[in-house]
Every structure is written in structure tokens, then in C-alpha cells.
Design a protein around this ligand. Structure first.
Ligand code: UD1
Length: 416
């Protein structure tokens, strides 16, 4: 297992390029199951979750080649089983359910189970697919799904779910007739998936709104498609400039999709401007405290909650964070406290009282975004911070230490 050793206190100065979005690439890779022909995907980040997905696609009967951020997926004769060994390392594996049912009328997918940030059920995925004609049983921890065919349906989600919307969208593009998804997730990654499916010949309207209309087609052809840039990686690096009092130019930064984050960072005192070359960010201390409530898009993303909390730890005054999407998403709090942060939590609310400095310490990463918040805190802290269990970080950030070191950070990777 690897750990990162960070010597803190260096302002980050320079430019970096934002990678392709993990959360957009994953559903698009699963959508390639729906095609009759090969798909070529560009801007696919070199991350553990991506390689897990390619492995799973291989087990499902597709052949995949990955080179230089480009994937070619060729459809083969499909098999229905997504085994627990893969699903337990990556919950997004459940996204093969819709495409498998649409293509071969059966799926055997391990139930993902709990994870560090809460229970994360898939009831909305199953309920929607049932409305389209699928039937499910639970057998030895596996969801067994089957259908003679999928039919269009009018589906209303109980809450906007990103994965649920993606699974249903993928099922609906090949279903018989029309499907309407109400209270759908509006996240940019859902829109990116819809754009990929449109490029393959699907009929979809309303992506990016809470009402998506899909008219089923009988087949989808291949396409070449470039995955959108990662708004959460970009947000994390904006925060890195802020917490180290540096100046960064982020190329390929999806500025429009990051508005809720940039507005908050500006409220904290950071200067963020969009130039022809990318997004330029700099920060003159001191940062000011702000209040943040996580919401579905276009609200403040839960995937940036831990990172902005690290900034709050060093901001003037008191900040309040309300996490409304996932229970149990304050795992970083205790680790930040070990570095000198002053945080009080009560249920899904955290109150952060800004301190003048953080002190380096050995800390333990618990989930992907919590790990990123500890790296940010380490970049700003006095002395040395050791972030352990960074396999979480490697699931979602491409070569994070190389990217940060290229703008002045002092981070090295060691075996634990
Ligand atoms: C996706 C992102 C994740 C992000 C999250 C919210 C991927 C691979 N992951 O996760 O990084 O943090 O969106 O923006 O894209 N829910 C149910 N029943 C369901 C489905 C969801 O109750 O069937 C609940 C969840 O427990 C949660 C909320 O709905 O409280 C939102 O979850 P959802 O949007 O589905 O998150 P994911 O798609 O798993």
C-alpha cells in the first residue's frame, strides 16, 4: 500500500491540465455495451476505477484496448455476470445493469453493499427498470435481473440520483417506445453520457433538465467521442491554489460546470478569472469563512465538500458545512483535527472555526474526496504530513503528486 509524504508550506505556482472526468467516463464506458459497433473514447483518465471498468467490460464479453487516454471498446457476444470481486471495489459497476438488460434481457450483478460514505442504495435503479418490464430477485448477494423486452415508461425518481438516471437512460435508449424520466439528475456527467448516446444514434431530449425524454431505437452504431474534463479534479486544484496562497492556470477547466464551487471560493476571497488559455486562480490571504450546503447539480457538489472544508480550516471566522446528499461523509474531520483543525460536527452539520496554521501529521484517507482534502491540508500545513491508504486517491485522481509537484509542491510516494 502506498502513502504520500507531503512537505507543506509551498505556494503552488504554474499551470496544469485537467484530465478527463472519471464520473463521466465510467457510464460512457458501460454505455458501449449498448452498441452494435466499436466505440473510440478519448480523454479517458488513467485511473484505477477506469481499469476496473475495462476489466469488467472484458468479463462481460467486450474487448477493450487502452492507450494514451484513449479506449477502443469492441462489442462481443455478451455475458450477464458482474462478479462481487470487481463490484465491491467500485460501486459504479452497477451501471452495467441497464445496458445488459437492454441488450441481452438478463443480468447478474453483485449488490454493491455499503461504503465509507454511507449506505448508497440502488432501489431507484431497480424500481425504474421494473417499470420498464424487468424483474429482479436477490440470490446470494447478487441482483438477478431478467426481461423479455424493455418497454418505455414514465418514471419519477424519489430523489435526483446520478447513477439511477444514467442506468435508466441507458436502458431506455434501446427500449420499445418512449420513456420519460422525471426528477432526473442534471449533473454534467449525465449530459455527457446523453451526448455520447446521441452520437451513437439515440433519440434523447431534455438532458441537463430534470425531465429527460427518450424515444427508443432498435440499434446504436459506433462513435468517436471525447469525454468532458473533470470538474471535481479542477475544483480540487482551485482549492490547492487557495490553501497554499498560490497562483495556477488550469487548462481544459470546465468553468461553466464549476460555477457553484467558484462562487464559494470567490466568497472566500480567491480571485478566479476565465482567460483564453484556461481558468486563472490566485489568492491573497486571508481567506474568509463561508457557509456551504451540498445539493444536487447545479448546487454545491458533495464531491467538493471535504476539499472546501480544508480551506475553511484556515479561513478567518466560522464556516458551516451542511451535507445533504450522503450520510457519513465527514470521515475527514477527525483526521483534519489531528492536524490542528477546530471542527465540531452534529449529524450532517459541521462547524469549522478557522485556525492560523495546521501542523503536519500522519493521517489516514478513508474515501476518495476525503483523501483529497487531507492532501490539501498537507500542502498548507507546517512540517510533514503522511497521507496513508491513498489507494482511494488513485481511484479518482490521475498522477496527483506529479501534477502538484509540477507546480511546486513537495510530495513523494512511498510504500507503507
Ligand atoms: C454519483 C457520483 C459520486 C457523487 C454522487 C452525488 C459516480 C460514479 N459517482 O454517485 O461521485 O458523489 O453521484 O453527486 O458518478 N439514492 C437512493 N437510492 C438509489 C440511488 C441513490 O436512495 O437508488 C440516494 C443516495 O443514497 C444519495 C442520493 O440518492 O443519498 C444521491 O446518490 P446518487 O446521485 O445516486 O450517487 P451515485 O450515482 O452513487
Amino acid at each position: 500500500m502506498d502513502k504520500l509524504i507531503i512537505e507543506g508550506g509551498v505556494p503552488l505556482i504554474g499551470s496544469m491540465t485537467i484530465s478527463g472526468s472519471k464520473n463521466a467516463a465510467l457510464p460512457i464506458l458501460f454505455a458501449s455495451i449498448l452498441l452494435d459497433e466499436a466505440a473510440t473514447l478519448r480523454n479517458v483518465p488513467d485511473l484505477r476505477d477506469i481499469h476496473t471498468t475495462l476489466k469488467l467490460l472484458g468479463m462481460l464479453g467486450c474487448s477493450c484496448e487502452y492507450q494514451d487516454e484513449q479506449v477502443r471498446v469492441r462489442p462481443g457476444s455478451l455475458l450477464p455476470e458482474a462478479p462481487y470481486e470487481l463490484v465491491r471495489t467500485m460501486r459504479a459497476s452497477v451501471l452495467c445493469l441497464g445496458p445488459l438488460l437492454a441488450r441481452i434481457g438478463q443480468a447478474r450483478v453483485a449488490l454493491p453493499g455499503g461504503c465509507a460514505i454511507g449506505a448508497r442504495p440502488v432501489d431507484q435503479h431497480l424500481k425504474g427498470l421494473e417499470q420498464m418490464g424487468a424483474r429482479f430477485e436477490l440470490e446470494q448477494g447478487y441482483i438477478l435481473g431478467h426481461c423479455r423486452e424493455l418497454n418505455g415508461a414514465h418514471i419519477t425518481f424519489d430523489m435526483p440520483t446520478v447513477g439511477g438516471t444514467e442506468n435508466l437512460l441507458m436502458a431506455a435508449v434501446l427500449a420499445e417506445g418512449e420513456t420519460i424520466l422525471e426528477n432526473a439528475a442534471r449533473e454534467p456527467e449525465v449530459v455527457d453520457l446523453a451526448h455520447f448516446l446521441l452520437a451513437c444514434g439515440a433519440h434523447i431530449e431534455g438532458q441537463g433538465t430534470s425531465r429527460i425524454h427518450i424515444a427508443g431505437v432498435s440499434r446504436l452504431h459506433g462513435a468517436e467521442y471525447a469525454v468532458m474534463s473533470d470538474r471535481i479534479e479542477a475544483g480540487t486544484f482551485l482549492a490547492a491554489a487557495g490553501i497554499t496562497c498560490g497562483e495556477l492556470l488550469l487548462r481544459h477547466c470546465p468553468a461553466n460546470e464549476l460555477e457553484a464551487v467558484t462562487l464559494k471560493l470567490q466568497d472566500m476571497g480567491m480571485k478566479i478569472t476565465t482567460t483564453s488559455e484556461g481558468v486563472l486562480v490566485n489568492c491573497a490571504r486571508p481567506l474568509r469563512g463561508v457557509d456551504v450546503t451540498t445539493k444536487p447539480y447545479p448546487g454545491f457538489p458533495t464531491d467538493m465538500q471535504a476539499q472546501i472544508m480544508s480551506l475553511m480550516c484556515l479561513a478567518e471566522g466560522t464556516s458551516v458545512v451542511e451535507e445533504t446528499i450522503f450520510e457519513n461523509r465527514f470521515m475527514h474531520v477527525m483526521e483534519l483535527e489531528r492536524m490542528g483543525a477546530q471542527i465540531r460536527t452534529s449529524g450532517h452539520i459541521a462547524m469549522v472555526r478557522g485556525v492560523r496554521r495546521l501542523a503536519g501529521a500522519p493521517v489516514m484517507a478513508s474515501d476518495l474526496r476525503a483523501s483529497a482534502s487531507l492532501v490539501l491540508a498537507g500542502l498548507a500545513a507546517n512540517g510533514t504530513t503522511e497521507v496513508r491508504r491513498i489507494y482511494h486517491l488513485d481511484r479518482g485522481y490521475e498522477r496527483i503528486e506529479n501534477k502538484l509537484n509540477s507546480v511546486g509542491a513537495r510530495i513523494r510516494r512511498e510504500k507503507e
